[in-house]
Structures are given as C-alpha cells and as structure tokens.
Design a protein around this ligand. Structure first.
Ligand SMILES: Nc1ncnc2c1ncn2[C@@H]1O[C@H](COP(=O)(O)OP(=O)(O)OP(=O)(O)O)[C@@H](O)[C@H]1O
Ligand SMILES: [Mg+2]
Length: 394
C-alpha cells in the first residue's frame, strides 16, 4: 500500500470506477464485559445512527467501543482495565466491517491475566493495533474536546495525528516509533550518557521518523485547508497552521535532504541544553497546531464555546469530504453530544452534510428531538428500551 492513501493506485481506481454509494461502514457491533454492558449486540444500517437514552445509560460507552477500532486508548484515553465491566479484567469488542465490498471481522479484547495490552484480531489473525488504520478511519468529537483550543498543545497534536492517519495509515506507526526513540534519547540525557555513537544512532532514527511525520502532517493540513476554503457550509471556516522550530526549518529548507541535515544538527547542538531539562526540545512532538476562525481573523482559543465546537465540525467535515473525494471511502464519525449543543440552524446544516456525504455517523443525545433535523433519515436506537430500534427511509 502506498504511503498516501489519497493517491494510492488501488484506491484511485476505486474512485474512478466505483462512483456508487460509499462502501465503508460498520455492519454490526458486539460487546462483552465492556463498561456497563455484560453483553450488547446491534446491527447497523449504512446511515446516521443516533443512540438516545437517559444519562448514564451507556451511549458514550458504545462510541468508546467503536473508537477502539483505532490505535490508542479510545475517545476517553482511559485505562484498559477501567473499560472492563466492573474492572473484571476482560472485555471483548467485535465488529463486522464492510470496506470496498469486502467484509472484515475485527475484534479487540483485553485479558488482563495474560497481558496488559489489548489484543486485536482481523479476519482471524492477530495484528498490531497500529494496523487498524489500514482498515478504517474513525474521527470523533466528544465533550472532552470542549477545551481543545484552550488547553496545552498535546491534545491538538493528537487530534491532528488521528486525522492524518485516516489519510496515511503508516502515520500511526511512525508516531509510535518516533515517540519511543524520543523517550530513549531523554533517558540517555537523564543518565548523563556520553557515548556519542549511541546518541548519533538514535538521533538519526529520530530524524528519519520525525521528518516523515512532518511531511505527512503537511500534506494533510494542505488538503484540509483547501477543502475548507472551497466549501460553502454553514460552519465557520477554520484555518490551520503548524507552528514550531522544526516547522520553520522545514519551510526554510530548499530540499528534504538539507532539512534532515539541519534537524540532525539541531538535535546534536541541543544535547547539553536538553540534558539539563531531561527533554528533547526540538521535533514534531513539540508542534503547535494553531487554529483560527478565518472570516473573523481571530484565534480559536478566544472564540466562544459554540464557535469552537463549530470549528471542530468544519474540520471533521473537511476530513470526510476530502477523504471521500480521493478514495470514495469515508471515515466513521463519532459525535458524542454534538447535536444537543447546536442551534437549530447548525443542527440542520450538520445533518444535511452528513446525509449528503453518505457517511456512517454514530451520534448520541438524550432526546430523539435532538435528531429531528435528519427528517427521519436516521436510525434511532433508544437504549432506555433495548427493543426500540427505528429505521426511517433506508
Ligand atoms: N468499567 C465499568 N463497569 C461498569 N459500569 C461502568 C464502567 N465504566 C463506566 N460504567 C458506567 O457506565 C454507565 C454509562 O456511561 P456512559 O458514559 O456511556 O453514559 P451516557 O449514556 O453517555 O450518559 P450521559 O448522557 O450522561 O453522557 C455509567 O453509569 C458509568 O458509571
Ligand atoms: Mg455520554
């Protein structure tokens, strides 16, 4: 598979020859011992799906289970042990996925007596969770992201990296390898290690993976900013830029090899300064993603709460649109408590976008009326009454 899924031959053939409905969605979900569910099973149609029910019934838990179909610890960044029913030590999540007219079975399980890591199986074979990005992309907006533009830069970086691996599946693996190498360098610095060969080797690897991360992030940010610019939707246009020492070097270098040399040189030059602080002070783990409300010309951190949420929506809609344009595939959207907080006008616009993109969005709300703007074109699962599943117009 080529690096950039958007320009992958197999996918682009699909783009030209398969202009029918987007063929990428979760057909069914089964949970065992996951959070408040001893067991849960549901089949899903290819349409927006709204989980409704009272507070604490288990709506977010279902979205969290789906988010574990990606590398990492899901939408709550929780400990795996806490996800097992009453901390019993085991859980299982199983989905049937339809991708490019092929059905895949994906399972993710924890068995704490054997391993603290979760095991992932695709079509019967154990794989690293990092490989999940080759099968599906999941993008989420949750209440935990309400402060994303105000808090420190790390959550914004993580948000953008999750978007990047929707387009470039190898990005997740590169991030993991890169972070491991930075930790190794930090440990050498803390231990006052003086063997230059060790440092040189680790720093060369840091440059190899770090440069790829920067290149891939830049490809995706360009794609998204272009998409947002040409879009005419009823959400504020977000403008995104990467800020940081390494980004300035990347911009300032005439070619990639020169950039890599200057990255390597910077790591070597900062060794003694970094040793005092026990950190690596330069690299894509320090990148700042700056988001602004383009038409107002103000930074997202001083926008109103509703504007900040709308900016996030404008970004994820751009992800869905550009991904669909290139691959005729779509990421799965998880929208936890998004609709309840939008005004009617915005509710209408978002439901219209989701419908026209033909993507599978899993949404939550306490009331069915939160989803009225779908004009009944949605599948409502009322978790207060497990037998109540209604499908309209599909
Ligand atoms: N490991 C666990 N074992 C058993 N129950 C758990 C576990 N973790 C969380 N829960 C419970 O799951 C329930 C449902 O949580 P969830 O966050 O999904 O609710 P919700 O329907 O999204 O509610 P809200 O409308 O308030 O957002 C909560 O009562 C919570 O205490
Ligand atoms: Mg919830």
């Amino acid at each position: 598979m080529s690096d950039f899924k958007g320009f992958n031959l197999k996918e682009s053939e699909n783009f030209f020859f398969n202009q029918g409905p987007v063929n990428n969605h979760i057909l069914s979900l089964k949970l065992s011992n996951f959070r408040n569910y001893l067991s849960y099973a549901a089949d899903f149609p290819k349409c927006p799906i709204a989980f409704i029910g009272k507070n604490g019934v288990g709506k977010t838990n279902i979205l969290e289970a789906i988010s574990l179909m990606q590398p990492g610890r899901g939408i709550r960044s929780a400990r795996l042990e806490d996800m097992a029913y009453k901390n019993c030590g085991n859980f299982g999540i199983h989905i049937n996925l339809m991708k490019n007219r092929e059905k895949h079975e994906i399972g993710s399980a924890l068995e704490i007596n054997y391993s603290k890591a979760r095991k992932v199986k695709i079509d019967g074979k154990f794989i690293s969770p990092l490989v999940l990005t080759e099968y599906l992309g999941v993008i989420s907006i949750t209440p935990l992201m309400d402060k994303i533009f105000i808090e420190g830069s790390s959550n914004r970086r993580k948000f953008f990296d999750r978007i990047t691996w929707v387009f470039i599946s190898t990005h997740a693996k590169n991030i993991k390898l890169y972070e491991k190498l930075v930790r190794e360098r930090n440990n050498l610095l803390k231990d006052n290690f003086i063997d230059k060969t060790w440092f040189n080797n680790i720093e060369k690897q840091i440059v190899k993976y770090g440069s790829q991360i920067i290149i891939d992030r830049f490809k995706v940010i360009k794609l998204l900013n272009n998409e947002i610019n040409k879009n005419n939707i009823n959400f504020p246009k977000a403008d995104m830029v990467f800020k940081g020492e390494i980004e300035s070097k990347y911009h300032g270098s005439a070619d990639l090899e020169l950039f890599k040399e200057s990255f390597l040189q910077a790591l070597s030059d900062t060794r003694s300064k970094d040793a005092c602080r026990g950190i690596t002070s330069i690299g894509p783990h320090r990148t700042e993603l700056e988001v602004s409300y383009k038409d107002k010309g103000i930074l997202a951190n001083i926008c109103s709460t509703g504007e900040q949420k709308s900016l996030l929506i404008s970004i994820i809609l751009a992800v869905a649109k550009s991904y669909k344009n290139y691959c005729n595939l779509s990421p799965i959207l998880l929208l936890d408590e998004v609709f309840a907080h939008l005004d009617n006008n915005k509710k209408e616009s978002l439901s219209k976008e989701i419908k026209s993109l033909n993507i599978q969005a899993f949404m939550t709300g306490t009331e069915e009326s939160d989803f009225m703007t779908f004009n009944e074109n949605s599948y409502i699962i009322n978790l207060d009454n497990q037998n109540d599943r209604r499908i309209h117009d599909y």
